[in-house]
Design a protein around this ligand. Structure first.
Ligand code: ATP
Length: 404
């Protein structure tokens, strides 16, 4: 997705560097023994500590290969203070800053419209909401809340989770402030237009919107593949507008990336594709030998390690790609239409896999056109339109926009 009008002279803005998810050749930075030691320890993850062994994931309850059945249980993230943001299940679906129809009405003339809020008239000039009006709005709210399609149309821009995290002193993994991107080829049509976002550790976020609404550009700014025209992008404490080129490989090794077209090396086996990601960041052979089979087992490909990509189905190839993205245990996983080439049943498996990875504490961001998936998972949804965030909903569905 999202390769419109790209020219070699424009993107990427930084030198090609090895990164998890985009294997690069052997000029990878040498390993440091400290990093390797860290990699081999049972880790307390920092937001940007990419080093937990895959065995940690395996030990996470229920995080088993897909074919081994269901029941992924609670995440281990709770044991980790840095991943202590409440899970979506723990966060009340209330809408704190949104006036309830049961609240006393604002004095006449002082009603403040909020974006996306289903506003009602405040009632008669006296400011009193009649019981009938309150009942009507309450029942409509209930309908909206229970129907993803309606909910997404009328949903408010919510910030309760962000506020909770902020109050708890947790830093966002991703912070975007007034981010605008104008590609030279389209000077009058910003691909991103004053985007403000906070994404916290452990969140699972869907990014939706029409084709061309800016999803890929937004993900690319997080990876520093695209440098915004203006604004501020902080990823795990690194200011990407100021980061030095030589530090970008370190940034990217903390971010797993999964793409619609898998981006596997065609002449390498599943094992070799995953191993290559570790080789690129200088992991010792012993670590690679231990980690790669483990992570392939976790994605249910224990039997296909020696298969070349063209001997695998689309879903299996995508699982190799997910394995490659997660083998270094990045705290952040960015997925650009990971199910775009897959049929619905296979897509479901990939999404379950991503959800399980998220349950181990990894922040997962998924750009998708998969309406059914977004509706069924009811996670945080950020909707883009014309490069602007038009909806940021703590738990939502796909909505009536963002479809093809
Ligand atoms: N390298 C580029 N040069 C010029 N314009 C670009 C470039 N990349 C993207 N655009 C434009 O920026 C806008 C956003 O594109 P982007 O690929 O981010 O959208 P998207 O939501 O990911 O779309 P899709 O769902 O089709 O992948 C579009 O108008 C697109 O044509």
């Amino acid at each position: 997705m999202g390769n419109h009008f790209r020219t070699p002279s424009e993107e990427p803005v930084t030198p090609q560097v090895p990164q998890v998810g985009t294997p690069a050749p052997s000029h990878a930075e040498p390993s440091s023994s400290a990093q390797d030691r860290l990699f081999e320890q049972p880790v307390q993850h920092s937001v940007f500590d990419a080093s937990a062994p895959a065995a940690d994931i395996a030990s996470a309850e229920g995080f088993a290969p897909l074919h081994q059945g269901e029941a992924a249980a609670a995440p281990q993230a709770a044991a980790n203070p840095l991943f202590s943001v409440p899970s979506p299940e723990d966060v009340p679906a209330s809408r704190p800053n949104i006036p309830s129809p049961m609240d006393p009405a604002a004095p006449a003339g002082q009603e403040v419209a909020q974006p996306g809020v289903f506003m009602t008239q405040a009632g008669p000039a006296s400011g009193v909401v009649t019981d009938d009006q309150a009942d009507e709005v309450a029942s409509l709210d209930a309908v909206l809340a229970n129907n993803p399609d309606f909910t997404t149309v009328f949903a408010p821009v919510e910030d309760s989770r962000a506020r909770q995290a902020r109050e708890a002193g947790v830093e966002p993994v991703i912070l975007m402030e007034h981010v605008t991107k104008v590609y030279p080829a389209q000077p009058n049509k910003p691909a991103l237009d004053d985007v403000n976002l906070e994404i916290y550790p452990g969140e699972f976020v869907f990014l939706v919107g029409h084709s061309g609404s800016g999803k890929t550009t937004l993900l690319n700014t997080m990876l520093r593949n695209v440098k915004p025209t203006s604004g501020r992008v902080i990823v795990a404490g690194q200011d990407l507008m100021k980061i030095k080129n030589r530090k970008i490989p370190f940034l990217r090794r903390q971010i797993g990336a999964v793409f619609q077209d898998y981006k596997l090396l065609p002449n390498r086996t599943a094992y070799e594709n995953v191993a290559f990601a570790l080789q690129c960041i200088g992991k010792p052979k012993a670590v690679i030998k231990a980690q790669v089979p483990e992570v392939l087992r976790l994605v249910g490909l224990a039997e296909q390690m020696d298969s070349l990509p063209d001997q695998l189905s689309g879903g299996e190839q995508q699982r190799v790609s997910v394995a490659r993205a997660m083998v270094n245990r990045p705290p952040l996983l960015i997925c650009d239409e990971p199910t775009g080439n897959l049929d619905p049943a296979i897509s479901l498996g990939i999404m379950k896999l991503l959800e399980r990875i998220n349950r181990t504490g990894t922040t997962v961001i998924v750009a998708t056109h998969d309406r059914a998936m977004v509706d069924s998972m009811q996670r945080r949804v950020i909707a883009l339109e014309g490069g602007r965030v038009i909806r940021d909903q703590e738990r939502g569905g796909y909505g009536n926009y963002g479809a093809f």
